[in-house]
Ligand binder design. Structure first.
Ligand SMILES: CC(C)(COP(=O)(O)OP(=O)(O)OC[C@H]1O[C@@H](n2cnc3c(N)ncnc32)[C@H](O)[C@@H]1OP(=O)(O)O)[C@@H](O)C(=O)NCCC(=O)NCCS
Length: 195
């Protein structure tokens, strides 16, 4: 497929605007908005269930401009805009035949309005386009809202990753692309990585 001059998307990354229901691949212009979605949503979600120390650690480790830029540069961040404002984002990594969904965050005032489902649908499409057989992710065990959300979207539990000091336990879940509701075998806690 030929590309226009200046299009530096990595191979296999669809064009901006190509995703379902308004989801598009993030560009360099989205860095500040993506960081803001992360910071606002992390504080609202995790301070009550995991505490301020965990939130400060996570923001410093995973929500700096440098970390966000790198995922965007690789074409692995998706965003959804409403009225010209980025209200949700997803970011993933790739390992073997697995798409690892590292981040899925929707601004608190837009939660429950279909943004997360649209982003997840786009991630599933992306994984299929990239020939991956499985999507895997972890969420804090105490994050019951996320657990219900992923279960409704066909994810099944594959393992538990114990936390430490002020890091809470996490639950790993996965969804097979060919057999969305098929049970996962084994219970392997996957190692922590980040985009
Ligand atoms: C989990 C999350 C990504 C889901 O995205 P979302 O846009 O809220 O989800 P949707 O609106 O697409 O669908 C959510 C479903 O849960 C319900 N729901 C989820 N969060 C809700 C909320 N805050 N208020 C009301 N309903 C909510 C919806 O009714 C809907 O149910 P249905 O599918 O049976 O109709 C989002 O709520 C979020 O960012 N939460 C905080 C951060 C987080 O936990 N991220 C995941 C970390 S692994």
């Amino acid at each position: 497929m030929s590309r226009s001059h200046g299009d530096d998307r990595p191979a296999g990354v669809p064009a901006v605007g190509a995703g379902p229901r308004g989801v598009r691949t993030a560009t360099g212009d989205d860095v500040a908005a993506v960081v803001s979605v992360g910071h606002r949503t992390w504080r609202a979600t995790f301070e009550p269930i995991a505490g301020c120390d965990y939130v400060e650690m996570g923001l410093a480790k995973w929500w700096t401009s440098d970390v966000v830029v790198e995922s965007i540069r690789l074409g692995r961040t998706l965003v959804l805009e409403r009225d010209g404002v980025v209200v949700g984002m997803a970011a993933y990594g790739l390992r073997d035949d697995v798409l690892l969904l590292w981040k899925l965050y929707v601004l608190p005032e837009h939660q429950g309005t279909g943004v997360g489902s649209a982003l997840l649908e786009a991630v599933v499409q992306r994984a299929a386009d990239l020939g991956r057989s499985r999507i895997s992710l972890s969420h804090l065990a105490a994050n019951e809202q996320a657990g219900r959300f992923y279960a409704r979207h066909g994810f099944v539990r594959t393992g538990v990753e114990p936390g430490g000091s002020y890091i809470p336990d996490s639950v790993w879940v996965a969804r097979h692309l060919s057999r969305a509701d098929g049970p996962e075998t084994g219970a392997i806690a996957e190692t922590e990585e980040q985009p």
